[in-house]
Design a protein around this ligand. Structure first.
Ligand code: MN
Length: 250
């Protein structure tokens, strides 16, 4: 039996990049949307932490985005300073796309440091970016993240089916968004992911719904879209995703 009053899950959203940051945090709490508020720089941590203190549904994550590593690798010292305050880590990872390839070596150093630090600290949950770099991300996760109960979620996965299977073997969860469902290639991968490893996300405000930046509540529609492609009842899939979140956070 699944819980009847499960919450919706938006496990990757940049709440602090919305103009109405405070309002959207309050929306998540009031509407019971379990939202991972990822950040791109550790400079954003104190404000995110303060605003979500005592709230049940929005949860702040300590990040250093791979696309910012070229300019901000020195912020890793600040990231280290805050790690003991953070249960969630993200957005972190690697980006080997053309615009970020010049910092790819440096990104690997930073990401390795982040994974080692999380492993040493223990009990962290990571939201990971892996554009054009899934095999390297998996290699580093395998090497550096195994001990101490750390878990990870691959956000907006865009690797191959083989990569997805390797990631599942390593214990990955996947946060899925509506754009992935509408893309034929990523939809085929979604269909191969075990049901007990899926979560939903918006990646707002970097995605849109009806011409407006996505709101965390839009994951309700994402669950609807997933339920039709995976041939599940909406309520059943919502419960499964909520159960997956509880398992991830154990
Ligand atoms: Mn993101």
């Amino acid at each position: 039996m699944h819980e009847v009053n499960a919450s919706y899950v938006d496990f990757h959203c940049h709440l602090d990049l919305y103009q109405e940051f405070e309002k959207i945090v309050a929306d998540c709490e009031r509407e019971k949307i379990d939202t991972l508020a990822v950040t791109t720089t550790p400079l954003a941590w104190p404000r995110n932490k303060q605003l979500m203190l005592g709230k049940k549904h929005p949860r702040p994550a300590l990040g250093l985005h791979p696309q910012l590593v070229k300019e901000r690798s020195h912020e890793i010292d600040l990231w280290d300073k805050y790690l003991s305050e953070a249960r969630y880590v993200g957005e972190v990872g690697l980006d080997a796309g053309p615009a970020n390839y010049s910092s790819y070596e440096l990104q690997q150093e930073i990401f390795t440091h982040i994974l080692k630090s999380c492993s040493n600290a223990g009990k962290k949950v990571l939201s990971i970016h892996s554009v054009r770099s899934v095999p390297k991300v998996l290699e580093l996760l395998d090497k550096h993240l195994t001990p101490n109960n750390c878990k990870f979620v691959l956000h907006w996965f865009s690797g191959s089916i083989g990569n997805a299977k390797a990631a599942v073997e390593l214990g990955a969860y996947f946060s899925l968004n509506s754009q992935m469902i509408r893309n034929e290639r990523t939809l085929n991968i979604i269909k191969q992911i075990p049901l007990d490893r899926i979560l939903t996300e918006t990646d707002g405000p970097f995605t849109e719904r009806s011409g407006m930046p996505s709101h965390p509540r839009d994951v309700e529609q994402t669950v609807g879209e997933l339920s039709s492609v995976l041939r599940y009842e909406h309520a059943e899939l919502k419960s499964i995703i909520s159960t997956n979140l509880q398992a991830l956070l154990l």
